[in-house]
Design a protein around this ligand. Structure first.
Ligand code: ADP
Ligand code: ZN
Ligand code: ZN
Length: 737
């Protein structure tokens, strides 16, 4: 017999597979193996098993080890990752390995503690209990429990009876059940399932439409403001889909911070269904275990952040993407995938529905749900117009013109008065600061010098408590200088409304207020945010000051005032997505005010109170604003009316970047005249972490033309002599420029 040759994907930046000899151990496609590569051993994944190689057999090295006790990756996952790697122009092996839990990228075999899981077979489903003699009580009760629950773990069997495991094995012998080994699953049982609200008509309609054709691909936009009952719809969808024996559901959430809340709600409402979460706050062993539970189909509900779109789920029947507009679904380095787009491809291939939920859908999504002329790719649009709890009212939104009043440390008298009123009423307030540009910088009042970062084109941020200047882009730190390095003057002072400064100002103005600050510095500790949020819930905090971290998903019933300090920089940003993002953010923070039975108020300080964005916000009219923005995008020929890709390049020396981008520019023009190639430019942040940066933007009316070009271009760039000196990457459908 000819010796088997394994085609293996490795985590190396080369877009090809590598041939190795089998070592006699049984092996399947998708299996993890250990192979020698270069001067060390690498983990690889078997992509093919053949008996021929372009390299002579004598030169091939054998694999060191096949992890044959592990379940191989299934064909669906391998092909989804292949698609993604091609689409995002990223080497396949690197893409594949990067989707695995860290433990599976390490050399040691990945063992979790295991137990047997018993699942009902088709014969078991239709089996008649009465055929089992009455005196075999345990056998009868295990079968009937299995018929109701579809599957039981050893621990659950133990809860039925001391001999239930034996009974389960007997059911396997009778053909009524199958058994398999799975990682240990801790099922959190909730004894009293939470009460079910009666769905309103819109919610009912949504559930019915989405579940009408379960085995057909269809994308649905579930569009409804915060509190309109989207999560309740998800829960009903899960209930319906999971009724079908063995079905699995994937729920994507934008932030780790949001998973515990959703997890708790799902656990109490769907107590019978094993649920695992997948996000970067898990320990490596938890992550591996949860991933394996998903892969073995023991877990029925998987809640996770963007990477979990690549989790093997053999019985996947529904994908839900909560807050689908959130930009954290886009990976910003290595393979720059967008989890929503990958989920869409996955659902299409599996012929299952996918539900996108948002109060402020991404313009791409809104386009697909409203104007996309291509009927086949049009999304179903489901609106939830009312807040689900009728008592909850929409907040009142006031824009205060900051050019017409006297500011006290950046705060308008109206906002200060509103804060006072909340203190008197023992209600809570949230002050929201837009992240960009609102950190205090060090300014020389004599010559207007501002302390710069030596490694980035950015300004250093003042951290008074530590008496340090710090760069928020590269982490560079230095002491606060005593005099201006430019003119020698000693009058250097922090300027700008950083969250720290605002906190101090508030403490002066409202000395009795208990204030907490949430920004990247104050919550760098792992559980700091959760602790602060707990204190807000237990009414130990009156005023919460923070950045967009606070905008999302937290429900504070006693919070009745939201102040927005300054957003004007985003109104006039060169980034064409800035106003879309700002609107979504403000809708979200506004949703924080007055969620329970208390009316909320939102005060926005701005120099442009009559801006269309604020007008739309006042009436919470996402739709008309989205239509205005779409019209602008069409006029300007921006996405979603065109498709874009960005070549990002950086090097120590800008000359190299320039040469490289020029090469790509010329090649791209020669290769494809369907694609518009712009002149290379420098991004706003010209230098980052000591690297000089440049961009090349490509744009096309049709996606295939762009992808065809990228494929050829990437091959040429990889072969270019500068490719080793210039760090470069392709960003398909970039979100940030
Ligand atoms: P969203 O996800 O759109 O923010 P939720 O599903 O969280 O909205 O609903 C907001 C609140 O209203 C929750 O407390 C939820 O339990 C409640 N709720 C949802 N639907 C209903 C309903 N049909 N009847 C009563 N309460 C509901
Ligand atoms: Zn100076
Ligand atoms: Zn820096």
């Amino acid at each position: 017999m000819a010796q088997s040759i394994l085609k293996i994907a490795l985590d190396v930046p080369l877009d090809r597979l590598f041939d190795y000899l089998g070592n006699g151990q049984p092996v399947q496609v998708g299996q993890r193996v250990l192979v020698p590569f270069g001067n060390r051993n690498h983990i690889g994944i078997v992509m093919g098993i053949t008996d021929s190689s372009e390299i002579s057999i004598g030169k091939l090295k054998p694999v060191i080890q096949v992890f044959s006790e592990e379940t191989p990756l299934d064909a669906e996952m391998l092909s989804l990752i292949k698609f993604s790697a091609d689409y995002y122009q990223y080497p396949y092996g690197q893409a594949l390995l990067s989707t695995l839990p860290a433990r599976l990228r390490q050399v040691a075999p990945a063992v979790s503690r295991k137990q047997y899981l018993y699942q009902l077979t088709d014969a078991g489903r239709t089996a008649d209990i009465e055929q089992i003699p009455k005196k075999q009580k345990v056998l009868r009760s295990v079968l009937s429990t299995l018929q109701a629950a579809y599957q039981l773990t050893e621990a659950e069997l133990d809860a039925i009876s001391g001999t239930a495991r034996k009974a389960a094995k007997a059911l396997v012998d009778m053909g009524y059940a199958s058994s398999k080994q799975v990682p240990l699953l801790q099922r959190v049982m909730t004894l009293t399932p939470a009460a079910e609200p009666q769905l309103n008509a819109e919610q009912m309609e949504a559930v019915q439409q989405i579940t009408a054709e379960p085995d057909v691909f269809k994308a649905w936009l579930l569009y409804g403001i915060t509190g309109s009952g989207k999560t309740e719809v998800y829960i009903r969808l899960l209930q319906r889909v999971l009724q079908h024996a063995g079905a699995q559901v994937l729920v994507l959430v934008p932030e780790i911070n949001l998973t515990p809340q959703l997890e708790a709600r799902f656990r109490t409402r769907l107590p019978g269904f094993p649920l695992v979460s997948l996000h970067s706050n898990l320990s490596e062993s938890e992550r591996l275990q949860h991933w394996q539970l998903a892969q073995s189909a023991a877990a029925k509900i998987v809640i996770g952040t963007r990477l979990s779109v690549f989790t093997p789920l053999p019985d996947l029947k529904l994908i839900i993407i909560d807050e689908e507009h959130d930009s954290s679904y886009k990976q910003q380095d290595s393979m720059r995938y967008h989890a929503r787009d990958v989920a869409m491809v996955r659902a299409k291939r599996l012929n299952i529905p996918v539900v996108l939920g948002s109060a402020t859908p991404a313009l791409e999504t809104w386009y697909n749900a409203t104007v996309n002329p291509n009927k086949a790719s049009q999304y179903g649009l489901l609106r939830l117009k009312e807040r689900a709890v009728t008592a909850a009212q929409l907040p009142q939104i006031d824009c205060i013109d900051t050019t017409k009043v006297n500011l006290q440390h950046g705060l308008t008298p109206q906002l200060i008065a509103a804060l006072r009123l909340r203190l008197e009423r023992k209600e809570q307030s949230l002050l929201f600061i837009n992240r960009r540009g609102y950190s205090p910088v060090l300014l020389c009042s004599a010559c207007h010098w501002i302390a710069p970062c030596s490694r980035c084109s950015s300004r250093l941020v003042v951290h008074l408590a530590q008496r340090k200047l710090r760069c928020h882009h590269c982490g560079h730190e230095q002491r606060i200088p005593h005099q201006c390095p430019s003119c020698g003057d000693a009058d250097l002072h922090p300027t700008g409304h950083g969250t720290q400064r605002l906190e101090q100002t508030l403490a002066q103005l409202l000395p009795t207020a208990r204030i907490a600050r949430v920004d990247r510095d104050s919550i760098s500790r792992k559980n700091a945010l959760i602790e602060i949020l707990d204190r807000v819930h237990s009414q130990e905090i009156d005023i919460l000051v923070g950045t967009q971290m606070l905008a999302k998903g937290h429900d504070f019933p006693n919070l009745t005032l939201v102040g927005v300090i300054d957003t004007d920089s985003a109104l006039h940003s060169p980034d064409f997505r800035a106003s879309e993002r700002l609107f979504a953010q403000l809708m979200q923070v506004a949703g924080r005010a007055g969620r329970a039975d208390k009316a909320g108020q939102v005060i926005i300080q701005t120099q442009f109170p009559d801006h269309a964005l604020f007008n739309a916000l006042r009436t919470q009219d996402y739709e008309s604003y989205a239509n205005v923005l779409l019209h602008e995008r069409e006029q300007m020929q921006f996405p979603p009316y065109v498709f874009t890709a960005l070549l990002r390049a950086e090097a120590n020396d800008y000359n190299l970047v320039q040469q490289f981008l020029h090469f790509a520019f010329v090649q791209a023009r020669i290769l494809n005249d369907q694609v518009l190639v712009y002149d290379p430019v420098r991004p706003q942040m010209e230098r980052l972490k000591g690297m000089e940066r440049g961009y090349l933007l490509m744009q096309a009316k049709q996606r295939p033309a762009l992808h065809h070009l990228l494929k050829q271009l990437v091959t040429q760039m990889r072969a270019h002599k500068l490719a080793a000196k210039v760090r470069w990457a392709i960003d398909v459908n970039p979100l940030e420029f």
